[in-house]
Design a protein around this ligand. Structure first.
Ligand code: NAI
Length: 333
C-alpha cells in the first residue's frame, strides 16, 4: 500500500480530486490517501495557506497529488505552488501533451513531453519595487546547477523512454548569459546521452511559431521556468485544452503530481469540470510508484470514454457532469 498526500485545493479542486479518489477505489489501486488542504480553503480553515500538518504529511509520504489552488492576489501571500516547489527542490516540471482519439484537435500525431525548470528564472522570487521612482525589478536568476539539472533530467527521460529528439528552447540572442548557461548545459547533457540522436535548440519566439505550425516534429522539449509555463499552456491548447493535460513536479526526494490548469473559479461547484488532467497526473504518479499495470488499466478505460462524445464533459463537446464522466470511466474498468 502506498501512502500519498492528497491536496484537494480550491475552486474545482475538490470535485476533480473526488473523481480520482472514486476511480482509484473502483480500480482497487493500492493507494492510501492522507488528505490535507492548501490554498484559500486552508487559509479559511486554519489561518495558513500551507498548514504545518500538510508539510509533515508530504515529508512522510514523499508523494503528493494536488488539486489546483488559488493564491490570494495582491495580499502579500507567496504562491503556494512556488513555495512547495522551492522548499522541496522539485526542479523538474514534466508536462506531457499527446493527441488522443476522440478529443477534437487541429493536429494529429502530437506526442511530446515538456521539461520546464521549476525553481529558478522569474519565479525565483527576487523582486524589488522602488515606489519613489516607480520602478519594479523582477530578477530572472538561473544558475549553472539549475540548468544542468533540468537538461540532464530531460535527456535521461528521453534515453529511458526511447525518445530520440530533444529540443532546448531559449532566448539566448537577448538574454545572453542565461541563454549561454542553458545552451552549455544542454550540449553537455546531449554528449552524455548519445542514444538521444537528435539535439537542437530554438529561440523561444520561433519555437512558439513552429509549435502551432508543425507540432508533431517535437519530442522532448526542455526550457527555463517562464518559457515552460507559457509553452505548456500552448501545448495544452494543441491537444484538447487545459482540462486534459497532466503534470508532475519532481525532485530527487519528493514528487507532487498536479494538473496544468488552475482552480477555474468560473465553473467551480457546477459539476462541469473535466477531471481528466488530474486523473492523468495521478496515472503519472502510479508509474512513479511502480504501479504501471494499474495506470494502464485506468488509462484504457479513460481513452474508451473519450470515444463516446456524449459521455464527456462540456469542454470536450459532451454533456456529462464531472460525476457522470467519472462513472462512465468506472463502468469501463
Ligand atoms: P484556470 O486554468 O483555472 O482556467 C482557465 C480556463 O480553463 C477557465 O475558463 C476554466 O473554466 C477552464 N478550465 C480549467 N480547468 C478546467 C477543467 N479541468 N475542466 C474544464 N475547464 C477547465 O486559469 P485561471 O483562470 O488563469 O486561474 C484561476 C486560479 O487558478 C488563479 O487563482 C490562479 O492563480 C490559479 N492557478 C493555480 C494553479 C495550480 O494550483 N497549479 C495553476 C494555474 C493557476
Amino acid at each position: 500500500m502506498h501512502l500519498v498526500t492528497l491536496i484537494p485545493g480550491d475552486g474545482i479542486g475538490p470535485e476533480i480530486t473526488q473523481s480520482v479518489v472514486d476511480i482509484f477505489a473502483a480500480a482497487q489501486v493500492p493507494v492510501q490517501w492522507e488528505t490535507h488542504n492548501a490554498g484559500e480553503t486552508a487559509l479559511a480553515e486554519s489561518g495558513s495557506l500551507l498548514p504545518q500538518p500538510l508539510y509533515d504529511s508530504l515529508e512522510r509520504t514523499k508523494v503528493g497529488l494536488k488539486g489546483p489552488v488559488t493564491t490570494p492576489v495582491g495580499k502579500g501571500f507567496k504562491s503556494v505552488n512556488i513555495t512547495l516547489r522551492q522548499k522541496y527542490d522539485l526542479y523538474q516540471n514534466v508536462r506531457p501533451a499527446k493527441t488522443t482519439p476522440g478529443i477534437n484537435t487541429r493536429f494529429e500525431g502530437i506526442d511530446l513531453v515538456l521539461f520546464r525548470e521549476n525553481t529558478e528564472g522569474l519565479y525565483a522570487g527576487l523582486e524589488v519595487y522602488d515606489e519613489r521612482l516607480g520602478i519594479a525589478d523582477s530578477i530572472s536568476r538561473v544558475t549553472v546547477e539549475g540548468c544542468r539539472k533540468i537538461c540532464q533530467a530531460a535527456f535521461a527521460f528521453a534515453s529511458k523512454h526511447g525518445r530520440k529528439h530533444v529540443t532546448m528552447a531559449h532566448k539566448g540572442n537577448i538574454l545572453k548569459n542565461a541563454g549561454k548557461l542553458m545552451l552549455e548545459a544542454a550540449r553537455e547533457a546531449a554528449a552524455q546521452y548519445p542514444e538521444v540522436t537528435f539535439y537542437d535548440d530554438r529561440i523561444i519566439d520561433n519555437m512558439c511559431m513552429q509549435l502551432v505550425g508543425k507540432p508533431e516534429q517535437f519530442d522532448v522539449i526542455v526550457t527555463t521556468n517562464l518559457f515552460g509555463d507559457i509553452l505548456s499552456d500552448l501545448c495544452a491548447g494543441l491537444v484538447g485544452g487545459l482540462g486534459v493535460v497532466s503534470g508532475a513536479n519532481i525532485g530527487d526526494n519528493m514528487a507532487i503530481f498536479e494538473a496544468v490548469h488552475g482552480s477555474a473559479p468560473d465553473i467551480a461547484g457546477q459539476g462541469k469540470a473535466n477531471p481528466t488532467a488530474l486523473l492523468r497526473s495521478a496515472l503519472m504518479m502510479l508509474e512513479h510508484l511502480g504501479e504501471k499495470e494499474h495506470a494502464t488499466r485506468i488509462e484504457k478505460a479513460l481513452n474508451e470514454t473519450f470515444l463516446h462524445k456524449e459521455q464527456c464533459t462540456g469542454d470536450l463537446g459532451g454533456k456529462a457532469s464531472t460525476k457522470e464522466f467519472t462513472q462512465f470511466i468506472i463502468d469501463k474498468l
